[in-house]
Design a protein around this ligand. Structure first.
Ligand SMILES: [Zn+2]
Ligand SMILES: [Zn+2]
Length: 363
């Protein structure tokens, strides 16, 4: 009888399906890669053939340029292809636009690699789909009982309340450039906020791509085109690192907000000089992770990048076979100080204006 480890094995470059001849989210260049989503630690340039959703391929192209892979193949959610007897199907992961879980089936045994995921509502991407399986590979970014993200809409109300309290000040919201920024904008629109929202230049291309895929974000403007007086009483989205940059000087008496699951830890917000912490995460919280792991029906769980130990322990108490994967190279895009991720977030070929914004020299 076939076992899960006959389908997928851990390798130094990430999880590998030997039978199908492919890696999932490899951290080093490989011949054939299936990519769960476009965040730079999961989606790297330089692979031979890349299989992913159209959105993930487009976002990789935006970041790395046309030659990011030898060849590409787009797959829609629910569509399947077979590679040497391994059937691959992509299912929505609810993490960012285009994010997918990868299901691999051989002889009736199903393994699901979730990539990053969340089971909370997000107006900018397809909702997480639960896939029953025998082995589930889960992320563990917020896998501690202290992490309960709560309702993102309530966090947006906090931002709008602060805006009403301080109409002369600018509100700067640090948010990861791919996914989080667009979600915060969409949540603001859902809350009825219809004034123009300003953007840091590093977010322009990705945000334009979201709009091109039919995500309604209302009127957006670049902060670099605005005067200081224009920016009073407005909201600007920027990469987290920009919050502590000279770039903030163009804003009148800015209030620093940061949208991240880590903002549940108040000491962390204080330490990072964030006056207005917004607990908004694109990852499942403790309840989301444990509920999902349980609902997949999987008897075996592999845990990757984050707080592996707590989740492995939780699985053991439920009689599930579980182990940490210990793959080096995945980051955490909800960190304010993750410079490696922030730098690559600007893309391999940033426009001149974006470079200036990053240096704090923009107009
Ligand atoms: Zn991610
Ligand atoms: Zn990740």
């Amino acid at each position: 009888m076939i076992r899960p480890e006959d389908i997928l094995v851990r390798s130094p470059s990430g999880v590998c399906c030997k039978l199908g001849g492919f890696h999932i989210d490899p951290t080093r260049p490989v011949e054939r890669a299936v990519i769960t989503h476009a965040h730079s630690d999961h989606a790297r340039a330089g692979h031979g053939a890349v299989l992913a959703t159209q959105e993930t391929l487009d976002l990789m192209r935006l970041r790395y340029g046309e030659a990011f892979a030898g060849s590409t193949q787009a797959m829609a959610y629910g569509e399947s292809i077979s590679l040497a007897g391994a059937k691959i199907t992509l299912h929505p992961a609810g993490h960012i636009l285009g994010s997918a879980q990868v299901a691999v089936e051989v002889d009736g045994l199903r393994v699901v690699a979730s990539g990053d995921y969340k089971n909370a509502a997000d107006p900018t991407c397809a909702p997480f789909e639960l896939v029953r399986c025998d082995l589930f590979i889960t992320e563990a970014t917020f896998a501690l009982p202290v992490f309960r993200h709560g309702d993102a809409h309530a966090e947006i109300e906090k931002l709008l309340h602060s805006l009403a309290l301080f109409p002369e000040r600018a509100h700067l919201v640090g948010a990861y450039s791919l996914g989080k920024a667009q979600r915060v904008i969409a949540l603001l629109r859902q809350a009825g906020y219809d004034a123009p929202i300003y953007l840091h230049g590093a977010m322009e291309k990705i945000t334009d791509y979201y709009i091109s895929r039919g995500i309604a974000l209302g009127e957006l403007r670049l902060a670099r085109g605005a005067t200081k007086a224009n920016l009073a009483g407005t909201i600007t989205l920027c990469p987290p690192a920009a919050l502590t940059d000279l770039w903030t000087r163009r804003f009148p008496d800015p209030v620093a907000a940061f949208a991240s699951g880590w903002m549940r830890v108040r000491a962390r917000a204080r330490q990072q000089g964030v006056a207005l912490p917004l607990v908004i995460s694109d990852h499942a919280d403790w309840d989301g992770l444990t509920a999902t792991v349980g609902a997949t029906g999987a008897g075996e769980i592999w845990v990757t990048h984050g707080q592996e130990d707590a989740l492995v322990h939780w699985c053991a108490t439920r009689g599930l076979k579980a182990r940490p994967l210990d793959i080096v190279g995945y980051g955490d895009e909800e960190e304010i100080g993750d410079t490696e991720v922030n730098q690559s977030e600007d893309g391999a070929a940033p426009s001149r204006a974006d470079t200036h914004d990053q240096d704090g020299n923009g107009s």
